[in-house]
Each structure stands twice: as structure tokens, then as C-alpha cells.
Design a protein around this ligand. Structure first.
Ligand code: 5GP
Length: 198
């Protein structure tokens, strides 16, 4: 007989523009016991960002304080700003047996893998490099120089993700509904397997 669903740390990464945030939020909706990790960051708040929902926006001093006090499970500098995962909600959710979802970059995922090797890693891929460039441009959030910088960074991140051994699955976001269903299915299967092992 299958046991109760077990706690799982799901780490979702992918280059900016690949749709990982949308996929992560859809996975959150698919599980009653899912909790989405609200990262802290020193980057400026964009108009669409909701404080305390998408990120907690901190100044450099407050970010330093969290690092010094060991309050972050991982953190990394991305595009000259810092991003980190508060440790508390991760530990509380896993202790309750819930599904904890982290949407973080590859360097962050490597740190998490070392501390919590039982994590399940999903890397979201764009269907093609051309498609990624189109998506980055269509967001119209940034000028062309920044878009090119993110595009170069994205290609390096994909190569690193494929070589670092942290990710259990690579999901191609060719069609959102299909990519979400694939991810949800893998998470369900993985949790069932872990529960069976007891
Ligand atoms: P954005 O500024 O576009 O929201 O995010 C930029 C990058 O930072 C994305 O690759 C995103 O996955 C990553 N990121 C967001 N939160 C965290 C975090 O808490 N830790 C790490 N290591 N990366 C993060």
C-alpha cells in the first residue's frame, strides 16, 4: 500500500525567458500541500513584482545580516544583484511533509543539492535558442544590450545545468500546458516512490 505523500524539496531552474516561473506557479496550484519559496533579493522591484509574494526586496545591509545570521539556505549573485532562499519556510514545510518549491538559479541549486541531496531538480529549457531570444525580447522589460547579456548568460546556464548532475529532469517548454503536466506527473511519481520506500 502507498504511504502518505512525503515531504519533497522541488528545485526549478531555467534561463530567464524559458517560462520557469509560470511552470513553478502552476505546479504550486496542482498540489494542496505546496509552498512557494519567497526569495529575498537586492534587485529593484519591478512594477509587476508583488512584495512578499514574488520576492522580499531588501537593501544590501539587510541581505548581509541574513547571510551573517545563517538565515539563508543558499544565495547567489545574479546579474550583479543578490538572491537568496530563506531557510525557515523550507525546513518548516519539509518537516510537515509538504512540497516546497524553490525557483532559483543553477548556482543556488548546487548549494541546495549539497545540503539536501534528496531534492528533486527540474530544469526548464526553451524549445530552441531562437525561441528564447524571441521570448526575452517580447517581455519588453529591458533594452537590447541587457537582452543580449541575458541571452549569453542563459546559454552558459543551460550548459552548466546539463553538466552539473543536480537536475533529475529537463522539461522543454514547447507548450505550457504540456510542460506543466509533465512536471506535475514527475513530481507525483517521485513522491509516490519516496513514500513507498518509507
Ligand atoms: P528575476 O530577477 O528575473 O526575477 O530572476 C533572476 C534570476 O534569479 C533567475 O534565474 C532566478 O531563478 C534567480 N533567483 C530567484 N530567486 C533566487 C534565489 O533565491 N536564489 C538563487 N540562487 N537564485 C534565485
Amino acid at each position: 500500500m502507498l504511504g502518505a505523500m512525503s515531504g519533497l524539496l522541488l528545485v526549478i531552474s531555467g534561463p530567464s525567458g524559458a517560462g520557469k516561473t509560470t511552470i513553478a506557479r502552476e505546479v504550486e496550484k496542482a498540489f494542496d500541500d505546496a509552498v512557494f519559496s519567497v526569495s529575498v533579493t537586492t534587485r529593484a522591484q519591478a512594477t509587476k513584482d508583488r512584495e512578499g509574494v514574488d520576492y522580499r526586496f531588501l537593501d544590501e545591509a539587510e541581505f548581509d545580516r541574513m547571510v551573517d545570521d545563517g538565515e539563508l539556505l543558499e544565495w547567489a549573485g545574479v546579474f550583479e544583484k543578490r538572491y537568496g532562499t530563506p531557510r525557515g519556510p523550507v525546513e518548516d514545510t519539509l518537516a510537515r511533509g509538504g512540497l516546497m518549491i524553490l525557483e532559483i538559479d543553477v548556482r543556488g541549486a548546487k548549494q541546495v543539492k549539497e545540503k539536501m541531496p534528496g531534492m528533486f531538480g527540474v530544469f526548464v529549457l526553451p524549445p530552441s535558442p531562437e525561441d528564447l531570444l524571441l521570448r526575452l525580447r517580447s517581455r519588453q522589460r529591458e533594452g537590447e544590450d541587457k537582452i543580449q547579456k541575458r541571452f549569453g548568460e542563459a546559454q552558459r546556464e543551460i550548459a552548466e545545468a546539463q553538466n552539473c548532475g543536480v537536475y533529475d529532469a529537463f522539461v522543454v517548454n514547447d507548450e505550457l500546458g504540456r510542460a506543466v503536466a509533465e512536471t506535475v506527473g514527475m513530481v507525483r511519481e517521485h513522491r509516490a516512490r519516496v513514500a513507498e520506500r518509507g
